[in-house]
Design a protein around this ligand. Structure first.
Ligand SMILES: [Mn+2]
Length: 293
């Protein structure tokens, strides 16, 4: 399942109306950007690997008991941002997401590295005042800057904090003292992995804290590396696949509206397609629980 095929925009092997950008309710925006990563390269290959893997996903979801793709999932062309500096790349993402929102459709942004999400969140917060962000990640991403770059992947949630947008972080298990101090000083809502993994009932507690309009940013490294090895900065002790899906199911059933989402930091491992297949499967179920119940 190495990326051999060319990107056609036909996610999940959909055809006809279900793959038509004019009719589909969900529009996927591939953003293969890797401008500020610390180490572990390959996030720029994430969207194409996810696309290839999506061709093998069965359309029926047993837990939902239906075909989420019936609402239409169409792919837009890849954003041409690879050569831009982080701030310019983020601005392009913002424009692309705003254009999808204005059509009354659901944007799904695919990274690429996490830095791009701040553009998407900005566009959503403008359109939906009172937006809250559900942030799933191994890292708190609250550094003011990283190697001198304020639009770094390691600073994305700090930029969201600066915009005055409320967020809840889930699954965190790696952060520096600057981030630790900020969390305590500002009383930020951060759930560490050791507080959640293997425990029950936390999904409802997290969802209760969110507002009525929600943006979901999923850094795939929130999962345990045993189930998601293909990511740039894996951290041990992460959430399990089933625990993460339970969170999305709980959010989907809560009546709160997910206005957009992203999935970032998938970095395919050559010769081992498990990571991108798992991510494609998660993405399909998120679409199902949020928008196609
Ligand atoms: Mn991360």
């Amino acid at each position: 399942m190495s990326p051999k095929k060319k990107y056609s925009g036909h996610w999940y092997k959909l055809e006809g109306k279900e793959a038509d950008p004019a009719l589909a309710q969900v529009l996927i925006i591939p953003a293969p950007y890797e401008g500020s990563v610390s180490y572990g390269h390959g996030a720029a290959r994430g969207p194409l690997a996810l696309f290839d893997a999506s061709q093998l996903v069965e359309h029926l979801e047993p837990e939902l008991g239906n075909r989420p793709c019936r609402i239409g999932i169409a792919g837009l062309p890849e954003l041409q941002i690879q050569k831009l500096k982080p701030q310019a790349a983020v601005a392009k993402v913002e424009q692309a997401v705003r254009a999808v929102l204005k059509k009354g459709k659901k944007p799904v942004l695919l990274g690429g590295e996490h830095s791009i999400s701040s553009g998407a969140i900005k566009a959503c917060a403008e359109m939906h005042p009172g937006l809250t962000v559900l942030h799933l990640d191994a890292h708190s991403d609250l550094r003011n800057e990283y190697h001198g770059e304020p639009y770094s992947h390691a600073s994305i949630m700090r930029r969201v904090h600066d915009m005055g947008i409320k967020f809840i972080s889930v699954g965190i298990r790696s952060l520096c003292e600057e981030e630790w101090d900020l969390i305590r000083e500002k009383k930020l809502e951060v759930y560490f992995a050791h507080q959640l993994v293997g425990k029950s009932g936390w999904q409802e507690m997290v969802v209760r804290g969110l507002g009525e309009k929600v943006y979901v940013t999923l850094d795939i490294d929130v999962l345990d590396p045993s189930e998601m090895p293909g990511t740039g900065t894996p951290e041990p002790g992460g959430l399990r696949y089933r625990e993460l899906l339970e969170l999305f199911k709980t959010l989907g059933k809560s009546g709160k509206e997910v206005v957009a989402m992203d999935l970032v930091e998938v970095a395919p491992i050559k010769g081992q397609s498990m990571s991108e297949f798992t991510a494609a499967r998660i993405l399909y179920q998120m679409i199902g629980w949020f928008w196609a119940k």
